[in-house]
Design a protein around this ligand. Structure first.
Ligand SMILES: [Zn+2]
Ligand SMILES: [Zn+2]
Length: 446
């Protein structure tokens, strides 16, 4: 980079390094205070307090718990958002799980918040010399909020302003306009233990949740089971029909399926009259997702038909697939490599997992790198951050550096990214896509 960027970056990095121990301590503190999606009140409060102490004026309560502050720059150029996720995953068996809620930081989101908080300190030193501004955003509920509650409320009157329409926080923030003044977004996620030290430019699957609620008829399971309609067996047949679909998904769709069946609370001596099959289906494209969700709906019908049960099937879009902006990935990689070496980098993998950064990517250029510092596999009881410098301080350094590169010298680099990676959809088109993928269907008792 020519011009002022190297000097500004050095100043931003020095400011982050002066607070490095506090940034690492913040990551550790938040790790030990996990909260579930859309209920991350203490986490949001702590993040907002850090920003306030840094001289910013954060807005809170966005999509229930989201936080946003703006670091104004010296010019009116593009606005770059640094995003961190507030929520933990529900995994009660995790050693650091909150016994009351079962929430545990088995995806490392606490480190993202500390990284954004750290980057804010670095950027605070140099923003006046940049030709654009930064937004610091903490987003709720990346790990899917109350899917059943959202499905049950669909179609009901809008009610109070606190109602959540979408199961992931960034979709909800988009709907509420929190990203209206943002031009591009960066989020640094921690990788899995044993994975690459740094990766960028990975594509991720999108996903839907398909819920099939079977209703049968109870009867005495010993003396007269033929008088009943066994809803649990209907769900089991449907689950087998789901499994039978696996080889029908085309190569390249990268479909992944997993499900669970929950039964009714009736007596063991009674034919179960209700059962629910929840399936999460992931695919690389919206079209692949639609094909797979339709196959699951057929499977639900088949289970109900076989047993003569009733089934009510709801499909809810969870995440859109992620494709990042190559020019933005380049800027992030260029800033990460001096910290951890280019040879430690993976680039352009396809991952079966999902993120609601995929939603943001439909309306603006994004980058979603992965950093080190973790042991164990994401979403497992063994996952935890063991090196908060790698998980939080290094991302603070490369995120701040990336913002400097984007917005220095007339924001040339940011404008180049915006030109090269125009958003695929407008916000209204995005909202229409999201709502248009949801389905509701009833098949009555045969
Ligand atoms: Zn996760
Ligand atoms: Zn995550």
């Amino acid at each position: 980079m020519s011009g002022t960027a190297p000097r500004l970056k050095a100043a931003a990095h020095a400011a982050v390094e002066r607070r490095a121990e506090e940034i690492a301590a913040l990551s550790d503190e938040l790790m030990r205070r996990p909260e579930p999606g859309y209920a991350e009140h203490a986490t949001a409060e702590r993040f907002a307090a850090w920003l306030t102490e840094a001289g910013l004026q954060p807005r809170t309560g966005l999509a229930r718990t989201g936080v946003k502050a703006v670091l104004p720059g010296g010019g009116a150029g593009p606005r770059v958002a640094l995003v961190g996720e507030l929520d933990a995953l529900t995994l009660p068996e995790h050693p650091l799980a909150d016994p009351a809620t079962g929430a545990a930081h088995a995806c490392g989101h606490h480190a993202q918040l500390a990284a954004v908080a750290g980057a804010a300190i670095g950027l605070g030193e140099v923003m006046a010399e940049l030709d654009g501004s930064a937004a610091l955003i903490a987003a709720p509920a990346e790990e899917l909020g109350d899917v059943d509650g959202i499905m049950d409320a669909a179609g009901a009157p809008a009610g109070g302003s606190d109602r959540v329409e979408f199961p992931v926080g960034k979709a909800e923030l988009l709907r509420l306009g929190a990203f209206d003044d943002v031009d591009m977004a960066l989020l640094a996620h921690t990788g899995r233990g044993g994975g690459p030290r740094f990766s960028v430019g990975d594509t991720l699957n999108g996903s839907c949740v398909v819920r099939a609620r079977f209703t049968g008829r109870s009867a005495h399971a010993g003396s007269s089971p033929w008088l009943g309609v066994n809803a649990l067996k209907a769900a089991t047949v449907a689950a087998h029909a789901v499994d039978a679909q696996r080889e029908t998904f085309p190569d390249g769709d990268d479909v992944r399926l997993n499900y669970r069946i929950t039964g009714d609370a009736g007596a063991l001596g009674s034919v179960p009259a209700s059962a629910v099959l929840h399936t999460m289906v992931r695919a690389r494209t919206v079209e692949g997702l639609e094909r797979a969700a339709e196959a699951l709906t057929r499977a639900a019908r088949a289970g109900a038909l076989a047993l003569g049960a009733r089934v009510e099937t709801d499909t809810l879009l969870a995440y859109l697939p992620l494709t990042s902006a190559p020019g933005l990935d380049d800027v992030v990689a260029r800033n990460a490599h001096p910290l951890m070496g280019a040879e430690a980098t993976a680039r352009g993998r396809h991952l079966g997992a999902c993120t609601d950064m995929g939603d943001l990517a439909h309306v603006m250029p994004v980058s979603h790198p992965y950093s080190g510092g973790a042991e164990g596999d994401h979403h497992s009881t063994g996952y935890r951050i063991v090196d908060h410098r790698a998980a939080a301080v290094e991302p603070a350094l490369y995120l701040a550096g990336a913002v400097v590169d984007l917005l220095a010298d007339g924001a040339r680099e940011a404008r180049r990214v915006l030109h090269a990676s125009p958003p695929p959809l407008s916000l209204p088109q995005y909202l229409a896509l999201r709502r248009g993928m949801n389905r509701h269907e009833i098949q009555e008792e045969a």
